[in-house]
Design a binder for this molecule. Structure first.
Ligand code: A3P
Length: 337
């Protein structure tokens, strides 16, 4: 008898955007304006390939020894994933010089984010086709390789929790990192300027307007964060703030280790924090500058409070109103400096 689990029916649909919203995205300066689909009823903006992969994501089988890292984009995902990897690989940290973060951890969203994965010269696709010559790229390269991966996995996603398998928290540990919306907005804007995928050509004020209108990729920001915040007391969810990591990394690593039931000395925590420091991560990234994982400018500033350098007084007033309106039904409090 097969022990395959029965697939869960997907409790949402994925739809195209109305022409009016596509025009608005174009007017703001999004080059990828036509390449957006939206979940219904949750209204999460994703790339078109998500339409046929929604079932695969919703039914992706987590395992008890997985560590899942869930974040809204630009909230410190790469930093936290390097920390999680270092906690699991303390005796062999030099391996981080041999393989990029993206090869030591699994970013499952790549399967719908990368345009035309089958056509481009992506080494991940080639690796997949070498392993599975008959494999179907359109079914998700990272998803299928993750499924076949033996041993504990570190899985990263920006998908909000209700788009993932509802067995997630009953199965494995999840770490959620939140970052204040002002700095997320600034960081996302800069990323949009350098990223082929997000391709943004407008002004910062236009981007901020789109962000507050929940129109950027992975928006709405507040639903994403609030969903995880509501689950913060769940034994299998650990909620962390980027700003707290900046203020007291050792204290945050200690809490994280406790959640993971790992025992480290203070000296070991220091080693982990230094291994994952902004400077070290940036220079490792730059050393593989000729490699496929390199995005110049990905490690931008790594600071809290950059909004102050980017926004006018008028925009700050609008953002503060937006934050206040969206904070009515939650007790989540962010640090902005
Ligand atoms: P900035 O653009 O504000 O510099 P993500 O990995 O979720 O995409 O988040 C990217 C943000 O995290 C960027 O923010 C990046 O510089 C910052 N970051 C990456 N590594 C970091 C580290 N080790 N310490 C602090 N910030 C880091």
């Amino acid at each position: 008898m097969s022990n395959a689990r029965k697939p869960h029916p997907v409790p949402f649909t994925v739809e195209g955007l109305p022409e009016r919203e596509i025009s608005q995205l174009r007017a703001w300066g999004f080059r990828s304006h036509a390449e957006v689909v939206r979940t219904n009823p949750s209204r999460v903006n994703l790339r078109p390939a998500f339409s046929h992969l929604a079932h695969a994501y919703y039914n992706f089988e987590f395992r008890p020894d997985d560590l899942v890292l869930a974040t809204y984009p630009r909230s410190g995902t790469t930093w936290a994933s390097e920390i999680l990897w270092a906690m699991r690989n303390l005796g062999r940290l030099e391996q981080a010089d041999e393989a990029a973060n993206g090869d030591r951890t699994m970013f499952i969203d790549m399967d719908f984010l990368m345009p035309s994965r089958a056509e481009d010269d992506n080494p991940k696709v080639k690796e997949f086709l070498t392993l599975f010559p008959e494999g179907r790229v359109e079914d998700g390269v990272v998803l299928q390789m993750a499924k076949c991966h033996k041993g504990p996995r570190i899985i990263k996603t920006h998908l909000q929790i209700d788009l993932l398998n509802h067995d997630l928290l009953d199965t494995c540990r999840t770490v959620y990192i939140a970052r204040n919306p002002k700095d997320v907005c600034v960081s996302l804007f800069h990323h949009g300027k350098i990223s082929k995928m997000d391709a943004f050509e407008g002004e910062f004020s236009d981007f901020a307007e789109a962000f507050m209108a929940d129109q950027v990729i992975y928006g709405p920001y507040w639903d994403h964060v609030k969903q995880a915040w509501k689950l913060r007391d769940h034994a299998n969810l650990h909620f962390m703030f980027y700003e707290d990591m900046k203020l007291d990394i050792i204290g945050e690593l200690r809490k994280l280790a406790r959640f993971l039931q790992l025992d480290f000395t203070d000296e070991q925590l220091k080693t982990i924090s230094e291994h994952a420091s902004f400077g070290r991560m940036k220079s490792r990234h730059e050393r593989e500058a000729s490699g496929r994982n390199h995005t110049p400018g990905f490690f931008r500033k790594g600071q809290t409070g950059d909004w102050e350098n980017a926004a006018s007084g008028e925009l700050t007033a609008a953002m503060d109103r937006w934050i206040s309106d969206n904070s009515q039904d939650t007790d989540i409090v962010f640090k902005y400096t």
